[in-house]
Ligand binder design. Structure first.
Ligand code: NDP
Length: 447
């Protein structure tokens, strides 16, 4: 059987065994495409059922999360934790609270996390979790009771050497606080290393809040330099306005770029003169309001509830909201409007067809598993600080983040070249991330 047939067989079996999980299929399909190239050169990576084991989570937990709202009404949500692969270290990956969450979404995120965590060069395995709970419009008390109920089950399955969750969509500093409080109460010990993204006075790390956005911009700048450009004076579109997007905008502007638009699920704002970061952070982080409010309060900014942010003319695009937010038609729009670089702050924001368009139109493209790895890398730095009962300065931690992002870019660039696909950072990231995990799995036997 040739490599193509071998990989198609794995994939067809996976489709059958994981029906109704299109995002998981999409994530696996992209990685398997890259692995065909590895297997043609190094066939031993198919030995000992390695590929099948890699695509099957080590453990999948689904649990009931009952909670009581402010009016005394009972709600029942579903909680998930997928512990995908621990060959390199304890499972590590965020928790997402969003009504769209289901097992397939958590599996796609957990699968991506394996390769991303491997690319950081730090000893962390891959996992992901969350719930279909919708935090929008909920009071502080409701959020707290939900987090406490969620942790009441999850606490049995996590630990600093077992599984270390963090935030993701809908889970920020406030939620991590409530989750950690309940864990500490149930475990009857102050185990800092069990969660990352903690508050600075109780085990958190400086730069963790900024890390995913900053890291995405550091990697973007490295990619641009490799092609004779940098961010100075460039027009940048950033989708979303959550944790990743806000700090991507901030760092891009610090490096001399002009952020000409951002968005949320209600629409997008065009900001031809750049973004007033202080104002945006006040609206999003303190007042927790929608992006339309920014346009109401800042001169020169306009809100659009129709159309797409991807129609803006720009040089660089950073999708930082959610999966499959950028399709083929929009990718073509970006190319037509002058975009030359795209880096994914979010997980899998570009559809497979959009990535094909980037390839065809010569857009330099950094996939999420490389471009947004700065968040989890800094989480691993938080774990290091917790283990040594230490806390590092902002400058030192930021310098470590920059080094990590620069190493990731060099690694994916070199790997793409080695395997004959120079400049294809999707292939570079998939292969470089895969080989480290695969070597560990082969060394550790069939488990
Ligand atoms: P936040 O919850 O802080 O922000 C999410 C942003 O995306 C909000 O502006 C939100 O708008 C928008 N958004 C979410 N879902 C949709 C949707 N279905 N349609 C349109 N817009 C949407 O999350 P983060 O910033 O933490 O995460 C953003 C992305 O980055 C995710 O893909 C996440 O997995 C990825 N990521 C996050 C990391 C982190 O450290 N936080 C690390 C690595 C990746 P609205 O408020 O209207 O919902």
């Amino acid at each position: 059987m040739n490599v193509d047939e071998q990989v198609s067989n794995y994939y067809n079996l996976l489709l059958k065994r994981n029906a109704g999980e299109p995002e998981f299929h999409q994530a696996v399909s992209e990685v398997l495409d890259s692995l065909k190239i590895v297997l043609a050169k190094d066939p031993h990576y198919a030995d000992y059922g390695l590929i099948q084991r890699l695509c099957e989570p080590e453990r999948q937990l689904i649990f009931r999360v009952p909670w009581v709202d402010d009016k005394g009404q009972v709600h029942v949500n579903r909680g998930f934790r997928v512990q995908f692969n621990s060959a390199l270290g304890p499972y590590k990956g965020g928790l997402r609270f969003h009504p769209s969450v289901n097992l397939g979404i958590i599996k796609f995120l957990g699968f991506e996390q394996i390769f991303k965590n491997s690319l950081t060069g730090l000893p962390i395995g891959g996992g992901k979790g969350g719930s279909d709970f919708d935090p929008k419009g909920r009071t502080d008390g409701e959020i707290m009771r939900f987090c406490q109920s969620f942790m009441t089950e999850l606490h049995r399955h996590i630990g600093e050497y077992r599984d270390v969750p963090a935030g993701d969509i809908g889970v920020g500093a406030r939620e991590i606080g409530y989750l950690f409080g309940q864990y500490r109460r149930l475990a009857n010990q102050h185990e800092s290393g069990v969660l990352t993204g903690k508050g600075l006075t109780w085990g958190g790390s400086l730069v963790r809040t900024e890390a995913t956005g900053y890291g995405c911009v550091y990697l973007t700048n490295e990619m641009m330099k490799a092609h004779g450009e940098d961010l100075e004076g460039q027009r940048v579109i950033v989708s979303g306005s959550g944790n990743v997007a806000v700090y991507a905008m901030q760092k891009a502007q610090e490096l001399g770029a002009i952020v000409i638009g951002f968005s949320d699920s209600s629409g997008w704002v065009s900001t031809p003169k750049g973004v007033n970061m202080e104002k945006l952070r006040e609206i999003k982080e303190q007042r927790r309001e929608r992006v339309a409010v920014y346009a109401d309060e800042v001169e020169g900014a306009t809100f659009h509830s129709e159309g797409t942010i991807w129609s803006l003319a720009a040089d660089v695009a950073l999708p930082c909201a959610t999966q499959n937010e950028l399709n083929a038609e929009q990718a073509a729009m970006l190319a037509d409007n002058g975009v030359r670089f795209v880096a994914e702050g979010a997980n899998m924001p570009s559809t497979a067809d959009a990535i094909e368009i980037f390839r065809e139109r010569g857009i330099h493209f950094a996939p999420g598993k490389a471009a947004n790895a700065g968040g989890v890398a800094t989480s691993a730095l938080e774990m290091q600080q917790n283990a040594s009962r230490d806390s590092w300065t902002f400058e030192y931690t930021d310098a470590r983040l920059q080094q990590i992002m620069s190493k990731i870019f060099k690694n994916i660039d070199k790997t793409a070249r080695e395997y004959g696909h120079e400049g294809d950072y999707v292939i570079g990231a998939n292969i470089a991330g895969f080989k480290k995990v695969a070597d560990a799995m082969l060394a550790q036997g069939v488990i």
